[in-house]
Design a protein around this ligand. Sequence first.
Ligand code: H2B
Length: 96
Amino acid sequence: MPIAQLTEEEREALLHNNPEWSLSREGKAIERTFTFGDFSEAWGFMNRVALLAESQDHHPEWFNVYNRVEITLTTHDADGLSQRDVVMVRSIGELV
Ligand code: H2B
């Protein structure tokens, strides 16, 4: 089901409140790179994000190499950023 894209103001607020994240894909996504001490820590983080994703029915696009995890959030159902991404950014922020 389609869901509403963030407005320009909401996008600005999201970036302002979460300076570790940056826009990508011409404003349709947001991304952040996380670096951990080793693979075990990175994988532990991914496990916790996976549980969040399932409970929110909102799933990250991500890439992992050893201790690095790159996460991209976007809402396919909105063809861009939505409140679901705002909630996910906040939830991930509470984990790290
Ligand atoms: N994850 C993301 N990132 N965007 C979506 O639009 C999305 C999702 N939609 N996870 C959900 C699942 C949808 O496909 C299912 C059917 O609820």
